[in-house]
Ligand binder design. Sequence first.
Ligand SMILES: Nc1ncnc2c1ncn2[C@@H]1O[C@H](COP(=O)(O)OP(=O)(O)OP(=O)(O)O)[C@@H](O)[C@H]1O
Ligand SMILES: [Mg+2]
Length: 253
Amino acid sequence: MKTASTVPAENLGEEPYASILCYPRTSEAELQSRLEELKALGVSAVEFSGKGSAFNVPVLGKGFVGVVVTAHLNRQRIALKIRRVDADRPSLLHEAEMLTKTNGVLVGPRLIGASKNFLLMQLIDGDPLPAWLKTHTEGEEVRKVLADVLEQCWRLDSVGVDHGELSKAPKHLIVDGAGKPWIIDFETASDTRKLANVTAVCQYLFMGGGAVAGAVAEALGERNRSGIIEALRGYKKERTRENFDRVKQVCLG
Ligand SMILES: Nc1ncnc2c1ncn2[C@@H]1O[C@H](COP(=O)(O)OP(=O)(O)OP(=O)(O)O)[C@@H](O)[C@H]1O
Ligand SMILES: [Mg+2]
């Protein structure tokens, strides 16, 4: 892997950076238009560093829709999601719209700016939940983080945005250095779909058969599975704070 580097905006047209801006297939026209777009957003530099990689260049992360890197804007370090040229989404503006809504209830990275191919947002410096759980096994600490995750999902339900990918969320929950959990990637979120944030995340954290549910059970002790199912059923039927508190109680109490 190439070493980490910070590249001023005026040099982003050079390889290998051009290939990251237009991942996975560069064309001169696309590159020029993206360089203009980035300039209009005010990005002054991009840092190629992080645990992910694209064409052997270090990045924060890479998914099917975007490549995410650290960028500089007004002397601030932020996260820049670059729409992949082959993404099955025509733009990142839907994600920006969803983030605007969720930011209203203090969920998701703060949206800073957006255009067709780029999304600027708060940089979350932390570990994905599965990795965090490997180094944090103390019951009280785990309980506090998961309580915050559930509260955020309750707020998402309340504001009418369904994240859509919380039932299998190894990459979508990040815990930062201060022990605060963040829900990321609202690209498949919807404000018209049936709301399933609380139920999906409970499924993932407390009832799934994966490593995360295993680590959670290890830290908190075995959960009352049928109690959780029953509480979730009540919550699904009637999305009230009282029913949510019952879910929280049976999952974390
Ligand atoms: N705000 C952020 N701060 C720090 N890292 C981030 C941020 N947003 C995304 N990332 C990193 O980039 C990765 C890819 O981001 P994201 O999940 O939004 O892309 P995606 O293409 O929609 O992914 P997928 O195809 O898995 O849905 C994340 O898993 C995470 O590691
Ligand atoms: Mg995604």
